[in-house]
Ligand binder design. Structure first.
Ligand SMILES: [Zn+2]
Length: 92
């Protein structure tokens, strides 16, 4: 498994401070775009990740729905925490 996604940018798509549910648009360095759902109560928890079908999947090369990004959910979550992507996206 040589592919490893890295986050290039994170943008807040929608968020609700009261119920702690957030939706982000995530861009990876290879150009792949994903939609990520998080709950924040108070720990950040990744609840769903899906690739936007704008570019083919970097793993299986399909340009329709696949589940490849699921296997990197933990890795991406760790990058989100380490680099404080959520905090930065929310602050904007
Ligand atoms: Zn795939």
């Amino acid at each position: 498994m040589s592919y490893r996604p890295r986050i290039a940018n994170l943008e807040l798509a929608s968020g609700n401070k009261e119920d702690g549910l957030y939706e982000f648009k995530m861009k990876l360095v290879d150009g792949t775009q994903c939609r990520v759902f998080y709950s924040h109560s108070p720990e950040w928890k990744l609840t769903n990740i899906s690739r936007l079908q704008k570019t083919p999947c970097p793993v299986c090369r399909k340009d329709f729905i696949c589940k490849c990004m699921d296997q990197w959910a933990g890795d991406l979550h760790q990058q989100m925490i380490d680099d404080q992507w959520m905090e930065k996206a929310i602050a904007e």
